[in-house]
Design a binder for this molecule. Structure first.
Ligand SMILES: C[S@@+](CC[C@H](N)C(=O)[O-])C[C@H]1O[C@@H](n2cnc3c(N)ncnc32)[C@H](O)[C@@H]1O
Length: 234
C-alpha cells in the first residue's frame, strides 16, 4: 500500500532547508531541520496524516498484510492519531458503529469513528474500558507506545520494553482468534521471556524495522501474527 517517498511532496517546501541561527540550541536546530526536510513528514502533510508514523504502519502492512480484513482495532499510545486514522479507515468505523478504541495519556483531537480514552494504559481500568468500547474482540492490537524519555538510555529502554510487555499480555487477553499484535520495541528486540510467550500464543513472531523508522533510531517493532486463541484453563 505505502511506498517510501522518493521525491519531495508538493508542500511548497524544499528539501535541504536550514533553520536560521537564533537563540535555539544547536541540537534543537538540528532536530527542526531534520523534521522539516524529512520526506515522510512532507508526505504526511499532503496525504492528511497527523504523523509520519502512519508510514511505519503502512509499510509493515505492505509486507505482512495485518490490516486486511480487520473489523476491530485497539490502538495503544495513539496520539496524535495517524495509526487511528488508518484503523478507522480500514475497519469502516463511524461514530455510530465504533470499530476502533484508542488510548493515550496525551490529548488527541477526535478522529471520526474512534473511541478515545485519555488515560495511562497502565491504569488498572484501562484494559476493560478499551475492550468494552467495542462490540466484540479486536482482530488487531497495535501499540506505538514509547515511554517519555528521561535522558538515561537504559531507563528509557526498560520502560518502553515494559510497555511492550504489558501490551502483549493485553493482546493475549483481548484478541480474537487469528488476530495480530504489533508493538514498538527497541533494538535488540523483545526480551527472551516475552518472545517465548508470544511464540506460544501466536503462529509467527518477527521483528520488523520499516523504512519510515529512522535508521539512526533504536526503535523497531515486534509483530506476532495469527493468535492461536485463549486456552480454556487460562
Ligand atoms: C510515537 S507516539 C504514537 C504515534 C501514533 N502511533 C500516531 O500514529 O500518531 C507514542 C505515544 O505513546 C504514548 N504513551 C506512552 N506511554 C503511554 C502510556 N503508559 N499510556 C498511554 N499512552 C502512552 C505517548 O503519550 C505518545 O503519544
Amino acid at each position: 500500500m505505502a511506498k517510501p517517498p522518493s521525491k519531495p511532496a508538493r508542500t511548497g517546501r524544499k528539501i535541504g532547508q536550514k533553520v536560521k541561527k537564533s537563540k535555539l540550541k544547536a541540537s534543537s536546530r538540528r532536530w527542526i531541520e531534520r523534521h522539516i526536510n524529512d520526506p515522510y513528514v512532507q508526505r504526511a502533510r499532503t496525504e492528511g496524516f497527523r504523523a509520519r508514523a502512519a508510514y511505519k504502519l503502512l509499510e509493515i502492512d505492505e509486507k505482512h498484510e495485518i490490516l486486511k480484513g480487520a473489523r476491530r482495532i485497539i490502538d495503544l499510545g495513539a496520539a496524535p492519531g495517524s495509526w487511528s486514522q488508518i484503523a478507522a479507515k480500514v475497519t469502516g468505523s463511524t461514530d455510530t458503529d465504533v470499530r476502533v478504541a484508542a488510548i493515550d495519556f496525551l490529548e488527541m483531537a477526535p478522529v471520526p469513528g474512534v473511541k478515545f480514552f485519555q488515560m495511562d494504559f497502565l491504569d488498572d481500568d484501562a484494559p476493560e474500558l478499551l475492550r468494552d468500547a467495542l462490540d466484540g474482540p479486536p482482530d488487531l492490537v497495535i501499540s506505538d507506545m514509547a515511554a517519555p524519555t528521561t535522558g538515561h538510555k537504559r531507563t528509557d529502554h526498560l520502560r518502553t520494553m515494559y510497555l511492550c510487555e504489558v501490551a502483549a499480555y493485553f493482546a493475549i487477553e483481548t484478541l480474537a482468534e487469528g488476530g495480530h499484535f504489533l508493538a514498538k520495541t527497541f533494538q535488540g528486540g523483545a526480551e527472551n521471556d516475552l518472545l517465548t510467550m508470544l511464540k506460544q500464543n501466536f503462529k509467527q513472531v518477527v521483528h520488523v524495522k520499516p523504512a519510515a523508522s529512522r535508521s539512526e533510531s533504536v526503535e523497531m517493532f515486534v509483530l506476532a501474527k495469527s493468535f492461536k486463541g485463549r486456552q480454556t484453563d487460562d
